[in-house]
Structures are given as structure tokens and as C-alpha cells.
Design a protein. Structure first.
Length: 663
């Protein structure tokens, strides 16, 4: 209290006193008696002080979240007013903390009459925050709006309809809407339907959402998000309204409806069916399967999506039928495999889904392994994703089954199995990780495979694992890196000449695999530096600096990264990269070259200069006489000098901006 009272005190002590007092009130507020109101009023005073208001906002969030349910009634109106006013401020952190604190207050004190009276004021300040310019603030604002409706629907819903719904519909039209902001928007529409406000009823909101979805030239992501919003409305509605709406959508996918109506109806049915059991709708599956014969590719894809998602809501009815259709109907197998993928991906994301899916595992697995050998790459990619996600469901069974098929005589199967590893990697610790680590050398040894596609897919999976979960591959790197380096080499036997009549054209079948190798090398510098033999790495990078345009660009980025993470080793090997860089800087386009070729060459030279600028920051560089001579004769004079100076200035400006932001 003594420190909290003093105004002219060190800023850090002030903030610490406020934070500490917030914790004291949150934990011992029921023991403070008459002192509680004194403390709360002092904290409100700190809210009005520009220097301490952010800390005070966080202190009130701590207090409001207390399980003791501290009596805030004496100060609640003042706190809510101040927090609402902070939503107009330019300080983003203050706005974010104020929204978060208001959310806790509404959740725990939303039935307090004094707070409810101020909801309209808060909503007026929330509306301008809802836009795709800042999805995080939009998420907090939408979530707060939904919580206010749930706390006091009768008094809040009209203001939400007037202030928030128009902004929410504008946000729904944005192609940037995703993640938590989208989930909060769906919660808002669900809360509005459940509020039973006569002016914001189901029919009114459905009409508004359908208008967004049926806009001219609507983007696919907007269409999908609109379908999710429609599903949020339908799933929050009474059973009779839900059944009637689903029936209308089923009618819309009959043969006579326009393609746009079918498209939207299929997405809506899929989104509704994922959360609600639609198995009672007898004609539903037949109607969706009829859309598989449509001449419109988008309709076929939407039908595949819809079938997979309604199966998630009623696994027992639909999954066996989908599996049967895959076996007996090869004509639509690809679309049905996409439906199966939807089921497996959705079910593997939750514990309940995993339990439900395990019952069908013994039926699904043979079907997937059979389709590993499909001649269609699209089908194999879908199978790979299904296998990867199933390994999260049942790792003890899947990992040995995948390892066994590494030895398959079919190159398609080997490629599919190694691709499935990408889909086993999730951003949390998983049982499958423990099982994969000791088996990873067997998978990565496919870099020795005779089939080019198998080697490429192995590199792509390795790169994905290195980026997202390096622990899977770290222990395998000593034996695997030489194989990666081998794939980064130009192989003349993979270059073929194609006769196009008037002229001949060379096609490099090894380009894509070399790109995959250099991308993997770049990623490994970030995540597994301590397992890399840097001198050998630089030796291989030299070849990349002489290779195709795309690989040169990748090699320049890798050189920049090397200058940051291993400057001393790079300094010892600088003599190796001078001539390749000099050759790139001296590259000229042919006379009569088109503008695109001129621009590509100019960008390549700029890329090399950016790498040279990065290397110029290596400590003790002045001791390398060859580099200094290269810079003096090849970079700092002549026509490149101006470009080099401009790129160097850009880099220095970027660094100073970062330093300023950190300060």
C-alpha cells in the first residue's frame, strides 16, 4: 500500500506495486474487509494515469478472473468506462489488454446490472476494431460481443445487430479471414440465433449470410467461410428449423439448380453435417453422389467435401458406404478418396474422433495401401495424407506397416509411404514421434533409391520434418547429409533433349530434386546447425552458386544464412565462393532478350549483391586479401558500384528499423 500510494516513484516500482496489489486482491480479497474498496479505488486512479494505465488494466484482469469473485460493484462502472475509452487509443497493446480484461469482466460479472448498462457504450467502441486489418483485435472484439449477448441477450442483441453485425458481414467478405477470428465470428452468429431476438432471428441472419455467399465472383475462401457461418446458425437453431433448412439445401443440389446454388448448398451441407448427425435425411447421400457426375469440377470437389464431412457427423452410417463405393466405383475413386481424407483428417484432430475412427482402421488400411500403387499422383497424395494422419490415431500399428513398405517393389508405394511422414508431423509431442525416430534412417535411406520421384519425395519430407520437428531427423544426419549433398549435384544423365521441330530444347529432369536438396540444406542451417559439417556444406554450396537460376537464388539465401550462423568457418572458405559470385555478377543477357529475361537477370545480380552485403558483415573479413581484391575490382567500382551501395543502404536501414522497434 505504501508503494502504491506514492506518485513520484520509479516507474518500474510503480508498475510492480500495481501488479503485486492486483495479485494480493485476487488471492486474498475475501480477507481484506474495508480495505478492499480503498485498494480498488486506488487502482481505478492508476487507470486514469497514462503512465500506469496499461499495468492497471492487467491488474484488473487478474482481479476479475479470481475464483473468489471479488466484489467489484463500487468501481465496476468506472472500470468498464475507462476500458471502453482505451479501445479508441492508438496503443495496440493497450487495446488488446483492454479487450482481454473486458472479456473476463463480462464472463464473470456480466449479470451485474451496472455493467450491463454500459454494454452499449462498449459495443460502439468495438465496432471499429472489427476488420481484416488486424485479425487478432477482431477476434477479441467478436468474442467479447458474443459473450455480451450470452450475458444479457435482451438488452445487448439490438445493439449488436446495429453496431457489430454489419462489420462482421464485411469481415466475412474478406479473403484474409481465418483462424481464431473466424471461430469468434461463428460463435457470434450462433449466440445471436440463440438470443431469440425478433429482429435478429434465424431467417434474417441466414438471408444476410447467403447474400455474402452469393455475391458475384465470390472467392472460394469467402464461400467456405460463409458456409461455416451458415452452419453455425443452423446448428444453433431448434431441430425443426435445422431440418427444414437442410431439406432446402438438399433440394438445391438437384439436377435443375444453377451451379452456384449447388456449390454453396454442398459446402453448407458439409459444414452442417460435420457437427450434426444428418443420417435421418434419406436422400442426402444419393443427391451428393449424383453431383460426382457433374461436368463442373468445382461442383465435384464440393460434393466430395460434403460427403466426407457429413460422414464425420455420422460415421457409422456413411463411412462403410464410402469404403464400399471406393472399391466398386473406380470412375469416381479420386473424389471418394478426398471424402475419406476429410473424415480421417477431421477425426484425427480430437480424442473422441480418434476413438471412433479406430473401429474402422482394419477396413481402411488395406484400401489405402492398395491405392499407394495408383497411377494417379493426386490419388497417391491423398493416400499419403490419410496414412500420415492415421499414424497419429494408431502409431503402434501404422509405423511398422509403413516401415515394411519401404522395401516395396513398387516405386509409387515407396514414394507414397515416405510422403506420408509429412502428415505425421504435428506441432505437439506425439507417441508417433517416439516410434519414428529410430526408424527414420530407414526412411531417409530412400535417398539412395533408384527412382527419381522417390528421392525427391524423401527430400521434401526431410525438409518438412527439419522445419517443423527437427528432433525426428537430427540423429540421422551424419549418415543422411552426404546423400542430400549428392542430390544437390547436377547430373548430366538427367538432362534430355526434346525435338520441337524448328528447334531443340533441353529438359533437366533433375532440377526439381536439386531444388529440394538446396531447400533442405537451407532449413538444416536453421534447425540442426550443430549436426552439420560446415566445410563440406560450403563445398556443396559452391556448385549451387553455378547452377540454374532458381538454385542460384536459393544458394544466395543460404550464403546469407551461413554468414550469420557460421561466420568463422565461412571466412576460412571464402576463396571457394568468389569466382561463382564474380561469374553471376558478370552475367549478360543475349541481344534482343525480352523484358522478362532482362528482369530475371537483374534480380539474380541483385540477389548475389545481397549475399555479398551479408558476407561483408563477417568479423575479421579485412584479413582475407582475395575477398578484398574481389570487392575492390568487381563490386565497389564500375556499373555494379551504385547497385551495391543501394542494397547496402537498404540493409542498414532495415537493421536500424529493427533496433528502433526493439528499443
Amino acid at each position: 500500500m505504501e508503494k502504491l500510494k506514492i506518485q513520484d516513484i520509479d516507474q518500474e516500482v510503480k508498475e510492480s506495486a500495481i501488479t503485486c496489489m492486483g495479485l494480493v486482491v485476487a488471492n486474498f480479497g475475501d480477507e481484506l474487509g474495508g480495505e478492499l474498496n480503498v485498494v480498488l479505488k486506488m487502482l481505478v486512479d492508476r487507470l486514469s494515469n497514462e503512465i500506469t494505465r496499461l499495468t492497471a488494466v492487467k491488474a484488473f484482469e487478474t482481479i476479475a478472473a479470481s475464483p473468489l469473485h471479488i466484489d467489484l460493484s463500487p468501481v465496476l462502472p468506472d472500470v468498464v468506462k475507462d476500458l471502453a475509452s482505451f479501445l479508441r487509443k492508438a496503443n495496440r497493446q493497450l487495446k488488446q489488454s483492454s479487450l482481454s480484461t473486458l472479456g473476463v469482466i463480462v464472463k464473470n460479472y456480466g449479470n451485474d446490472k451496472k455493467a450491463v448498462e454500459l454494454f452499449d457504450t462498449v459495443l460502439q467502441e468495438l465496432a471499429p476494431l472489427i476488420s481484416d486489418a488486424d485479425l487478432h483485435l477482431s477476434n477479441l472484439a467478436l468474442m467479447l460481443s458474443a459473450n455480451m449477448i450470452q450475458a444479457s441477450a435482451s438488452s445487448t442483441a439490438p445493439a449488436v445487430g446495429a453496431q457489430i453485425v454489419p462489420k462482421a458481414l464485411d469481415l466475412l467478405r474478406s479473403t484474409l479471414l481465418q483462424g481464431q477470428a473466424l471461430e469468434s465470428l461463428l460463435s457470434l452468429f450462433g449466440a445471436l440465433v440463440q438470443s431469440n431476438n425478433k429482429n435478429l432471428g434465424f431467417d434474417f441472419l441466414l438471408q444476410k449470410l447467403m447474400a455474402v455467399a452469393e455475391s458475384k465472383d465470390v472467392n472460394k475462401s469467402v464461400l467456405l467461410n460463409s458456409a461455416k457461418a451458415v452452419a453455425a446458425l443452423v446448428n444453433a437453431s431448434p431441430a425443426d428449423v435445422r431440418n427444414k433448412t437442410v431439406g432446402n439445401f438438399i433440394s438445391n443440389i438437384d439436377a435443375q439448380s444453377p451451379d452456384a446454388s449447388k456449390h454453396l448448398a454442398l459446402y453448407c451441407l458439409g459444414e452442417i453435417g460435420r457437427k450434426t448427425d444428418l443420417s435421418a435425411q434419406g436422400q442426402l447421400q444419393t443427391s451428393i453422389l449424383a453431383c460426382f457426375d457433374s461436368s463442373n469440377e468445382e461442383i465435384r470437389q464440393a460434393a466430395s467435401f460434403a460427403l466426407g464431412n457429413i460422414a464425420v457427423g455420422s460415421l457409422e452410417k456413411y463411412l462403410p458406404q464410402i469404403l464400399e463405393e471406393i472399391k466398386k466405383n473406380p470412375k469416381i475413386k479420386y473424389l471418394l478418396m478426398h471424402s475419406l481424407r476429410e473424415i480421417i483428417v477431421r477425426q484425427s484432430a480430437s480424442q473422441e474422433g480418434v476413438v471412433a475412427l479406430k473401429k474402422y482402421q482394419d477396413t481402411v488400411l488395406p484400401l489405402l495401401f492398395e491405392n499407394c500403387e495408383s497411377a494417379e499422383e493426386g490419388t497417391r497424395n491423398v493416400v499419403a495424407e490419410c496414412l500420415g494422419k492415421l499414424s497419429l490415431v494408431s502409431p503402434q500399428q501404422l509405423v511398422p506397416a509403413l516401415v515394411q513398405r519401404i522395401e516395396s517393389s513398387s516405386a509409387f508405394t515407396r514414394a507414397t509411404v515416405v510422403t506420408s511422414l509429412k502428415f505425421s508431423v504435428v506441432d505437439r509431442s506425439s507417441e508417433v514421434d517416439t516410434l519414428l525416430v529410430p526408424e527414420m534412417p530407414k526412411f531417409l535411406n530412400l535417398l539412395n533409391d533408384k527412382d527419381l520421384n522417390v528421392r525427391k519425395n524423401t527430400l521434401l519430407s526431410m525438409n518438412y520434418a527439419a522445419h517443423n520437428k527437427p528432433i525426428l531427423i537430427r540423429d540421422s544426419l551424419p549418415s543422411t547429409l552426404p546423400l542430400v549433398f549428392a542430390e544437390s549435384k547436377l547430373k548430366p544423365e538427367l538432362i534430355r533433349e526434346v525435338d520441337l521441330g524448328p528447334f531443340k530444347h533441353k529438359v533437366d529432369d533433375g532440377l526439381e530434386i536439386r531444388k529440394a536438396a538446396y531447400e533442405t540444406m537451407y532449413t538444416l542451417l536453421d534447425t540442426c546447425l550443430d549436426r552439420i559439417d560446415i566445410p563440406a556444406f560450403i563445398n556443396n554450396l559452391v556448385d549451387g552458386l553455378k547452377d540454374h537460376y532458381d538454385i542460384k537464388m536459393l544458394s544466395h539465401l543460404t550464403l546469407i544464412r551461413l554468414s550469420q550462423v557460421a561466420p568463422s568457418v565461412l571466412l576460412d572458405n571464402l576463396h571457394l565462393i568468389i569466382e561463382p559470385l564474380r561469374a553471376t555478377l558478370g552475367t549478360k543477357v543475349k541481344e534482343g532478350a525480352v523484358k522478362q529475361e532482362v528482369d530475371r537477370n537483374d534480380e539474380l545480380i541483385r540477389s548475389a549483391l545481397r549475399a555479398i552485403v551479408a558476407v561483408s558483415h563477417v568479423p575479421n573479413l579485412e584479413s582475407n586479401a582475395k575477398w578484398e581484391e574481389f570487392m575492390r575490382t568487381g563490386v565497389r567500382q564500375g556499373e555494379l558500384a551504385e547497385k551495391y551501395a543501394a542494397i547496402k543502404a537498404e540493409g542498414e536501414h532495415a537493421e536500424s528499423s529493427v533496433d528502433a522497434m526493439e528499443v
